[in-house]
Design a protein around this ligand. Structure first.
Ligand code: HEM
Length: 156
């Protein structure tokens, strides 16, 4: 007999899978419609805030499970952080919201973030974007955008 927990897990996995397909389909639909890659931001091509939040949710699951970076987030109100990270990643992807370098520096100043933890977060984000099957060039662009802010975040 399949227990309720197993069923819940199976349905969560199925839903994650269909979300990934949806993110990817948004891009494919635009490609079919002949929308040139340069004419629209990465953010718009992957379906705007609705889909970026799904990417952020998966990213945060990985971050919380991480032995290197997880502890930094233990006491943080996750819904608030996910909301902020969604806006941040959206801005790196060329969407509407944005954080200044000064704001990032201020937010992280008290956290003693090591280079190792920063690299871990960047590599978990890369893994997530690849899992959602973003175009490799788009993955590189998002990661480069975050790496460019390293000096405002690493402070230990
Ligand atoms: C990869 C580049 C990163 C970016 C772009 C980034 C961006 C942000 C943003 C936008 C917030 C929202 C703060 C707010 O308005 O409430 C935030 C909060 C936070 N970030 Fe980062 N972050 C990055 C890396 C890291 C790393 C590497 C760590 C730790 C390993 C970290 C730990 C935190 C924590 C703990 C908070 C919550 C701070 C608090 O509520 O006091 N971040 N980050």
């Amino acid at each position: 007999m399949i227990g309720p927990l197993v069923e819940a897990r199976a349905s969560a996995l199925q839903s994650a899978h269909s979300q990934r397909r949806q993110v990817n389909d948004n891009c494919a639909a635009e490609a079919r419609a002949g929308v040139p890659r340069v004419a629209t931001s990465i953010f718009n091509r992957y379906g705007g805030f609705a889909n970026v939040s799904k990417i952020v949710m998966e990213f945060y699951d990985l971050v919380l499970d991480s032995e290197i970076a997880g502890d930094y987030f233990v006491d943080v109100d996750m819904p608030t952080l996910v909301d902020h990270q969604t806006k941040f990643i959206a801005s790196i992807m060329g969407g509407p919201a944005s954080y200044s370098n000064e704001a990032l520096e201020r937010i992280h100043a008290h956290l003693d973030i090591t280079k190792e933890a920063f690299d871990e977060i960047v590599s978990l984000l890369r893994m997530t974007l690849e899992d959602f099957e973003l175009d490799p060039a788009d993955v590189d662009q998002v990661i480069d955008g975050i790496r460019a802010r390293e000096r405002y975040i690493v402070n230990a």
